[in-house]
Write a protein that binds this ligand. Sequence first.
Ligand code: GLY
Length: 389
Amino acid sequence: MAFFSSRPRIAVIGAGIIGLSAAYELAMRRGARVTIYDVRPPGRGASWAAAGMLAPAFEAAAEPGVHPRLFELCLASAALWPAFADELAARSGIDVGFDRTPSLAAALDAGEAERLRRIAAVLSTAGVGHTALAAAEILAMEPTLNPEVLGGLELASDFRVHNRQTVTALLAALRASSKVTFVEGAAPLKSAGGKLTLEGHDGVLVAAGWETAVIKVEEQGALFSLVNWDTALDDIDCHGGQMLSVVAGAGAPKRVVRAGHVYLVPRGGQVVIGATVEPDRVIDAPEAEVIEALRLEGVRLCPGLSDAPVAESWAGVRPGTPDQAPFIGETITPGLFVAAGHYRNGILLAPVTARLLADLILESKRSDLIEAFSPRRPFVGPATRSSAH
Ligand code: GLY
């Protein structure tokens, strides 16, 4: 899509980290005018619920059933993060807590040890830095871990950021910009004569997480869901998650540590313990027994946390897709773009998603990578789509 206007106006629907990062790239780095719509308080959905891990290796290198190029996309975004973090801090005056200390993956049983061997094999082939650690080595690096640990991996590609400070910084930078307008409410999308429009805008980017498909469009006085304008959006699903944080005392780990589905993330004087993955569940509030079970799993990984007081518990909803990779690109409706379904990697993938979309929306640049994450891609492996929509 090429624009003839020298200052295109783009509507972004959804003020989570994906919509905000796209708005930042479009307005503050490329000069477009942007209106950001959200019916909920900006930045308080999945972006706020996240732990802030930037984890290409652990999340994408050897996960069964994922998009074959997800790891590459994750690495591309990880490479953008240092400059993104610096720029955001400079523009907003808010430190986003970007920390390049490599994460540790620990194995507490044979199954987890086998998973780490698979990850290490992929990292070796891809030339991505990692170090296999014997039990004594990982315990020397993080003495708070369970002494029965079998061994682990140090992952040079996997870092962390303070996701809540990042969202706060994005909001501060965008609110200070004369090119950006925030609207608390639904975007007035209209459809007439086969065209979808939002008055005063040249293009629409929908980045509304798991609710993307049900954004409303008015046609002849009735409201319909956006999925009617591209049935591919129907493939965006939801995965509830519950987690907690505890106060970080002497027994707390100093860096991100993960084992199986449990992770510990030091963040602002606390340690985040995550997370459940509950497919097809929209969870409004954490459930006491689930949080206690998760706390105990965290304590198993790091016994030094056993007496740490719980600081907070919460729930969120990850937007997913059948191949656990985002939809980034054009829909079949002209002028309607999508960025949603980032599943467990929304914080990590924000900068690359924003770049790819700005290239596409403002310059009609269709890189090989953005084509690979088109919402109309065929799914491969266990996640199949019989034909592209
Ligand atoms: N990124 C970790 C999670 O989604 O739980």
